[in-house]
Design a protein around this ligand. Structure first.
Ligand code: AVJ
Length: 331
């Protein structure tokens, strides 16, 4: 029996804390002790950061969201055919559900939908929205850090296969060794015969890339700086937001956009009783956004045991969505 629409969804797996990342002060301090200083991009997404990210997705310069939506709209039927009948769809980092709906609309026989997110409140809100819009779909939310293996809940109606859905080019936030680890975790999650439907942003004109991460309205700058505001508010730090500047740089060797917060002058900030010293011009790296080629992405995935089956592009070839199948695990 599927719970009635509107019934509260229970979290039966993962953590019961508000965020799977609490407490995080030790991680932040360790990153600020590295050279170069680093803050992981997961920390962007407090309530204000999540709102700013939604605004980024609407910016004229930020093409990835609308391009991926266009690909899902144009090729969604082919993707649904690949996912097949009676599958269990497991979405990683299931923030907004817009892209998911494009798939769910085309997958009437799905055995269940498992949204996985680190933020408990976002997860439950999104899951509730999906459960209300798809009353016959069993929704099984999991609050977890998806970079670590987690238990996939079993739907009441047995699934023929597990398909992991990982849109948004979030894979680009992981440096190559971590991306490979994540591809392996997803392979283990899907199991043999399982699938992976994943979005990956493509290498293109550096001007187009830089503008997407350094928009004229300054929304990305506000999004980047918000992480310091968050540390001030939540960890009692005293970063001076007027003395850090947003930078977006294209690194052609590593094929990635790098987001930095550059210190305008020599300065010291305090965090949890520890001094963090900055030279003038020194920066904190807050995000790497790796860009792929279609062949390059397939090759990385192959190292993790994935077989590339099909991919879809927009007419400008800005963004790619790939369907891969799990080769039987060698272990
Ligand atoms: C959510 C990781 C896909 O890398 O494009 C957008 C995050 N950062 N603008 C990206 C982001 C700055 C975004 N991802």
């Amino acid at each position: 029996m599927v719970p009635p629409a509107g019934a509260p969804l229970r979290l039966r797996h993962g953590t019961s804390k508000e965020s799977a990342y609490e407490p995080y002060v030790a991680d932040i301090l360790a990153g600020l002790r590295e050279a170069p200083k680093r803050i992981a991009p997961i920390y962007f997404y407090d309530a204000r950061g999540s709102k700013l990210f939604d605004q980024i997705c609407e910016l004229p310069e930020y093409y990835p969201t609308r391009t991926e939506i266009q690909i899902l709209t144009d090729s969604g039927n082919d993707m649904a055919a690949r996912v097949g009948e009676d599958a269990l769809l497991v979405e990683l980092g299931s923030g907004s559900s817009m892209k998911t709906r494009l798939l769910l609309d085309r997958l009437p026989t799905l055995a269940g939908y498992v949204p996985v997110d680190i933020s408990r409140s976002h997860l439950l809100n999104a899951a509730q929205g999906i459960a209300a819009a798809y009353p016959h779909l069993e929704v099984l939310p999991v609050c977890a850090d998806f970079t670590q293996p987690f238990t996939v809940p079993r739907p009441r109606r047995a699934a023929k296969r597990i398909v992991v859905f990982f849109p948004g080019s979030t894979i680009g936030n992981f440096d190559p060794p971590d991306a490979l680890k994540l591809l392996r975790v997803m392979h283990a999650t899907a199991g043999s015969g399982g699938g992976l439907l994943v979005g990956a942003d493509l290498v293109k004109d550096p001007e187009v890339l830089v503008r997407a991460y350094d928009d004229a309205a300054g929304v990305t700058a506000a999004f980047n700086l918000n992480v310091l505001r968050r540390l001030n508010a939540e960890l009692g730090a005293n970063f001076d937001l007027m003395r850090f500047h947003h930078r977006a740089l294209w690194n052609p060797q590593a094929r990635r956009i790098e987001m930095h917060l550059a210190s305008a002058c020599e300065q010291r900030a305090m965090l949890a009783g520890q001094a963090i010293d900055f030279a003038a011009g020194e920066s904190i790296v807050t995000e790497h956004c790796h860009k792929y080629t279609v062949a390059g992405f397939g090759a990385e995935a192959a190292k993790a045991g994935w077989l590339a089956r099909e991919h879809w592009l927009d007419p400008r070839q800005y963004f790619s969505v790939h369907y891969l199948e799990a080769a039987p695990s060698s272990r």
